[in-house]
Design a binder for this molecule. Structure first.
Ligand code: NAD
Ligand code: MG
Length: 380
């Protein structure tokens, strides 16, 4: 029986991972972790009976230990808890479904413990891809994408030769504000930005999709996962989100993966790769699809995508400055402390303010993150 551990089990990806596990009943959950959703993690722990659960806060861990006192489940907290979750003995596959750069250390620890990684936490690859990818090679560990576009690319690569890839066509829905001009984004409220047209996801990634920062992060994620040059990645706005991404080969053939917007499909593909067990859910009905349309991204309006490309070209710790600034700016926007377009101002300012480090260590990545946070708290 395959054994799995989930970092971020109470979130959008985490709960859908457990839906897949529940549907098949042939995997054992050995560890779960979350931030502060104590009631849900307790429920999950009672249902899936892991050996270990972890939460972010020490006091919450005490409370959870009391409420799980009738079980033999161990409870941990903080970064140590996440690392224990990522490295726990007997576990085969670690699902990284936490948000942000918090995922860097646990992912590195999981690789060193030779766990297969089902990677949803794109921020880790964006900021530390130059460390994570070589480390996974060194330890002979597979990193299987959970992000729907990257799963689509991965599926489109099966049976083909990587060195015959001409380009990757990374699709984007364009988010709720597609078609608007910059001036029309002035007064966007949190509620407006949280309305994604096709996918239901966690709050941070939903805001990132509205600014197209998410697509920028995904370009960098794809560069690391598939070892291609940035010039080989083309973002294609495809509002219907039916084609989840595609690969064009040297002979002109384009191979794509299509489906309903159901994250359980890429999650299951990563968990069961290369098998495709039956999964419940709606099926794509080609006769019901009226139009499949495609357009180039508007980089003047969605500057977040343009800035991500700039960060990707600069390399080093600049993607970290980009990502850290975005993480903090999105949190400020969600707390109604800044205006929508200030997210982009903050990212741009932090990228300019960062001192370049070509090949940053984990500590230097985390220092760059802290510098961005300090800079933001001084100016905003
Ligand atoms: P989410 O906000 O729904 O869930 C985040 C999870 O992390 C929760 O379980 C939360 O409790 C946990 N968490 C928060 N702070 C923590 C802390 N300090 N310590 C431990 N755990 C903590 O997020 P999500 O939408 O599921 O996204 C997770 C990751 O997957 C992100 O990197 C996102 O970009 C990526 N992703 C998500 C989707 C999607 O459909 N939701 C699709 C593609 C990629
Ligand atoms: Mg995606």
């Amino acid at each position: 029986m395959k054994k799995i551990s989930i970092l971020g089990s109470t979130g959008s990806i985490g709960t859908q991972t457990l839906d897949v596990v529940r549907e098949h009943g042939d995997m054992q959950v050995v560890a779960l972790s979350c931030g502060r959703n104590l009631s849900l993690i307790e429920k999950q722990a009672r249902e899936f009976k892991p050996q270990f659960v972890s939460v972010s806060d020490e006091n919450d861990a005490k409370k959870l230990r009391t409420s799980l006192a009738d079980t033999d489940i161990e409870v941990g907290y903080g970064m140590d808890g996440l690392i224990r979750c990522a490295t726990i003995e007997h576990c085969d596959i670690v699902v990284t479904a936490i948000v942000g750069m918090l995922g860097i250390r646990p992912t590195i620890a999981a690789i060193k413990a030779k766990k297969t990684i089902a990677l949803a936490n794109k921020e880790t690859l964006v900021t530390a891809g130059h460390i994570i990818i070589p480390l996974a090679k060194e330890y002979g560990v597979s990193i299987l994408p959970v992000d729907s576009e990257h799963s689509a690319i991965f599926q489109s690569l099966q049976g083909n030769s990587m060195n015959q890839i001409k380009k990757i066509l990374l699709t984007a829905s364009g988010g709720p504000f597609r078609g608007r001009k910059l001036s029309e984004l002035e007064g966007i409220r949190v509620e407006d930005a949280l309305k994604h047209p096709n996918w239901s996801m966690g709050q941070k990634i939903t805001i990132d999709s509205s600014t197209m920062v998410n697509k920028g992060l995904e370009v960098i994620e794809a560069k690391w996962l598939f070892d291609v040059d940035l010039s080989q990645i083309q973002v294609v706005v495809h509002p219907q989100s039916v084609i989840h991404s595609a690969v064009e080969y040297a002979d002109g053939a384009v191979i794509a993966q299509l489906g309903t917007p159901d994250m359980r499909i890429p999650i299951q593909y990563a968990l069961y790769y290369p098998s495709r067990p039956a999964l419940s859910g709606d099926r794509l009905d080609l006769f019901k699809l009226k139009d499949l349309t495609f357009e180039a991204p508007d980089l003047d309006t969605f500057k977040g995508l343009a800035l991500a490309m700039k960060a990707a070209r600069a390399g080093g710790n600049i993607p970290t400055a980009f990502n850290a600034a975005n993480e903090r700016a999105v949190a400020l926007f969600l707390n109604k402390k800044i205006k929508y377009l200030e997210i982009i101002d903050i990212i741009e300012a932090c990228m300019e303010n960062a001192s370049f480090i070509e090949n940053p260590s984990v500590d230097e990545i985390l220092d760059t993150e802290q510098c961005a946070y300090d800079y933001i708290s001084k100016r905003w």
